[in-house]
Design a protein around this ligand. Structure first.
Ligand SMILES: [Zn+2]
Length: 262
């Protein structure tokens, strides 16, 4: 698989280049970009997120980090076998990564499944999450944020209530979204786990690069064995090296893509 990646990508690039000669419409300020690729890293693992940021920076790219508001606090009890206390970063780290140009967005207050609790509790947890972010993340404003649903679990009622309070939200659905549009607040993604996702992600990326285009949002987690559905740092490095050579591909955090193209 890995040996074939570069060859495949070059062919996919030629295919997508041909699309540019057709009727594909893309924003004038982003000439030639037909494929937006967002890897949306969840949960807030300190070790993995630092490593992820370092790899993105090798290529002058910005990573997309979604963190649990209470994850780095002493009272955080963890969520399951993958989101464990003591492994999460805190807002000192999130501010540092943001200062380095990466995007940090909310991934709930404590990672409760919002489809399994009463609406009053949904509102309370959402408000607490936003209060923590506004208080602790420099420059944070809910109306400029992407809210990333825990477990990518949502329903029309929570989407409607939360959707009015954020720039956009990310939940489960199709992997490939239409190009960003400010009128569309619902962004969808897929994820994969609990084991290593290298082969799965690689196949999804190849399929996307061979398509006419759109906005690929894949929900990733930790690196090298950490978290649910971890990705290998070597593959991440290899993929980013390939993407930056492709002029029709933009690798962007979700919020940045939404603002820049929407
Ligand atoms: Zn999560």
């Amino acid at each position: 698989m890995k040996l074939d990646r570069r060859k495949f990508i070059q062919q996919a690039g030629l295919t997508a280049g041909a699309v540019l000669a057709g009727n594909y419409v893309y924003p004038a300020e982003n000439p030639g970009i037909t494929h937006i690729l967002s890897l949306s890293f969840d949960d807030g693992f300190a070790r993995s997120f630092i490593k992820t940021a370092d790899i993105y920076e090798k290529y002058g790219l910005k990573a997309c980090f979604n963190v649990i508001a209470s994850g780095g606090t002493p009272g955080f009890k963890g969520v399951d076998d993958y989101i464990l206390p003591g492994t999460m970063g805190d807002f000192d780290l999130w501010n540092e990564l943001q200062d380095r140009g990466h995007e940090v967005m909310p991934h709930s207050y404590k990672h409760a499944n919002l489809t399994q609790i009463p609406m009053e509790e949904v509102k309370d947890l959402f408000t607490r999450c936003m209060d923590v972010f506004a208080d602790q993340l420099k420059g944070f404003k809910p109306e400029n944020s992407i809210y990333n649903f825990p477990f990518n679990a949502s329903n029309p009622e929570v989407e409607s209530w939360i959707g009015k309070r954020v720039m956009a939200f990310r939940t489960a659905g199709d992997l490939v979204n239409p190009m960003p549009d400010r009128k569309r607040k619902k962004l969808t993604c897929i994820s994969q786990g609990p084991d290593n996702i290298d082969d799965y992600l690689s196949a999804q990326v190849d399929k996307f690069l061979g398509s006419a285009g759109g906005w690929f949002i894949f929900n990733t987690h930790g690196l090298d064995g950490e978290g649910w559905g971890p990705l290998s740092s070597g593959l991440l490095d290899e993929m980013l090296a390939e993407f930056v050579e492709m002029k029709h591909v933009a690798v962007l955090p979700v919020g940045t893509a939404y603002r820049q193209f929407g």
